[in-house]
Ligand binder design. Sequence first.
Ligand SMILES: Nc1ncnc2c1ncn2[C@@H]1O[C@H](COP(=O)(O)OP(=O)(O)O)[C@@H](O)[C@H]1O
Ligand SMILES: [Mg+2]
Length: 410
Amino acid sequence: MKEVAVRGVRKSFGGLRVLDGVDLTIPAGSFTGILGASGSGKTTLLRIIAGFERLDRGEVKLGDEVVDGRRVFVPSEHRRIGYVPQEGALFPHLSVGRNVAFGLRRGPHRRARVLELLDMVGLAGLQRRYPHQLSGGQQQRVALARALATDPEIVLLDEPFSSLDASMRAEVRAEVLDVLRQAGTTSILVTHDQDEALSMADHVAVLRHGVIAQLDTPAGIYRRPLDPALARFLGESNVLHAPVTPASGATDPNVLTADTPLGSLAVEGWPATAGAGPAHVLIRPEQILLGEPGTAPLDATVESYQYFGHDAVVRVRPDGDRLPELVVRVTGGTPLVAGARVGLTVQGSVVAWPIADGEDGHGRTHEGRHDGRHGDGPGGSRTNTDPEEAAGPSEPDAERLTNSGRKTPP
Ligand SMILES: Nc1ncnc2c1ncn2[C@@H]1O[C@H](COP(=O)(O)OP(=O)(O)O)[C@@H](O)[C@H]1O
Ligand SMILES: [Mg+2]
């Protein structure tokens, strides 16, 4: 088990600066998720940590050892790292056993080690099969077994589940997590899928505009995103504009509420230095309860109802013109039809961010640089309630570009 420390890492390709000073410490033995849009530099960062790519500036330390930095470069084969690359990870012409054995020295223990590894990932007996004779989930587990073959202290996983069916993904994620916990490695998973990062990792770091924009526990990052763009990136969001004022009747002037058409909502995470004033207010879809019209702070009309089995997403148009369409997540209940009338109540406290002087009230200065160099928080921004922002920058089609013609050595 080793800590991984990334300090001020910069990397450009041609004129394109992909990493612009990445700072990140990954505790020994932890499972850390790095979440970023397609093209944000996730693979580049992993390849630098693995030693497949050199950094331009900064430093990477594994435990106490600098492995990449000024005048230092430890080749990848001396870093005790296991790497599970994005799709296409297995050699199609080699059997499962040979795929797993690939990095192992020849010798009397090689075969036993392969069988042990296949057993560990739940594939005992499949060593003679070929990759095409396995399901996607089994292939991923072979890739994991191969990465673990040389007893790595650090395992890097590059979007390992993106090619799996949704039905299989949760199961394979849990199995992989289990194997890595048992192996006791320090693990880093990069993904553009916020569900994956939030459900698997002890800590989640968001890579945006070439830097780590936020690092927190999954709950912390979901509950208290640093800005509206991160909120959208981390899940469906309703971001409203409303004044934040000292709560009426409260003796403590630091107890604040956001005064929205949905009621006065308790605010958390308001900066101590900021006074009352206009704000972006985040209401997660699961915080809105639907009830009978006429009984809640605000009524609305159902625009659409999407059923997902475990829950459903309802889009509603609030009465009046002060609020845009809102997204609501409900569990169970009877399906709603478009045109149905409902009452909206918000439960729990909300996160709010001051609208800075000079900001146009639609979060532009919060959103960072729109210089087109990086995808801007797509992934999670399925909902956008700021009408002005609705036509956000489109997600670059980098995922495909990323993989083409760039095979990762196993
Ligand atoms: N070897 C390379 N040569 C040129 N450009 C590259 C290379 N590797 C990555 N890039 C570019 O760097 C950016 C980040 O790529 P990548 O790290 O693969 O992002 P992600 O894994 O987050 O999708 C993309 O614009 C990609 O095209
Ligand atoms: Mg990638």
